[in-house]
Write a protein that binds this ligand. Sequence first.
Ligand code: CO8
Length: 374
Amino acid sequence: MLDIVISGTGLYTPPEAISNDELVEAFNRYVAAFNDEHADDIAASRIEPLQASSADFVEKASGIKSRYVVNRSGILDPQRLTPRIAERPNEAQSVQCEIAVAAAREAMDQAGKSAADIDAVIVAASNMQRPYPAIAIEVQDALGITGWGFDMNVACSSATFGIQQARDSVRSGSARAVLIVNPEICSGHLNFRDRDSHFIFGDVCTAIVVEGLETASGAERYGIVDTRLQTIYSNNIRNNFGFLNRGDDSSIGATDKLFVQEGRKVFKEVCPVVADQILGQLSDLDILPDQLRRLWLHQANLSMNQLISKRVLGRVASEVEAPTILDEYANTSSAGSVIAFHKHRSGLIEGDLGVLCSFGAGYSVGSVILQKLA
Ligand code: CO8
């Protein structure tokens, strides 16, 4: 039943970018300074020297060549390696709200929707810059949308889980149209001193309008054929930052209050789960894998996407079929598959099918089968 559609998407890309070479140079200057400072302890084998990072490794291991960030100077300062994002007064718009509004306006324009046409805002992202009031309510206010809003977090799968919530809300009649925004400021929770992960993430915001087919009057409409969500508990991607940290003095400055992962285990464990979920979903819908014209996959690692698309299609997918954006954007958590959908859906014709799929911390997997409508 194609009664609910995605009628618009939007993308906000921060104006500042960092190449692998720039990031690695800053990291290696930090490493050299640390090893100099601790030369005696290193010589006496009391501590291990830090190892340098390599831009070649980063591109080979991940497919990432660069990333956009909200602030470049703080990340590239070897003495800091953390973005500079000043706190704003309560009366000013928050950073997440600001980038959400920019992406939302594009999505609403594309859908031909004004604030009066939208009844709900869902901010779906890996990190919220404060617990309350919900960022979604601030976005709602900034755009002049009446109705309701809430924040939700399913890490990298926040957007696909948000799409299911939006579809259910429209279908049940609790909203005519729902705006989902994914303001992912991943640099805020990335440990730029950690060689294993300092290159992984970038910042961005995406937005999606979901509404009923009968109200969708924009130029493009993608029917939501089906959504499937799955969560399996795992500690392999984790962030222990939280409001209880202040109750434990030992937590101050601890590195597990930032993103940490067992990258190899994630790679091995998540790929088959994702491929099996998509294949099972297609089979239940009587859709052959070959009928998929696009796989808009989560953008964490190029080899992961090549493996998943190969398992789904039974052959190597072309770049057109499984587009890559992580080379330019890096991993932007929940926004990655939405960026791929936003930038790489031209050429599809009426009736064409695609899958928008996320996977990440939780573990969490969300797959949304879409069909281009006239
Ligand atoms: N430079 C040079 N060498 C390095 C570096 C580096 N920077 N880092 C590691 N190495 C070395 C290692 O020391 C190791 O050396 P040796 O073989 O001598 O021991 C060698 O390179 C190989 O190391 P790894 O096994 O760690 O490298 P991999 O080939 O596995 O690649 C990746 C690492 C790229 C991390 C890869 O494992 C990967 O991409 N895995 C999947 C990750 C993934 O999908 N994660 C999803 C998380 S995202 C998510 O859910 C959202 C969370 C919320 C976001 C919050 C915002 C921050």
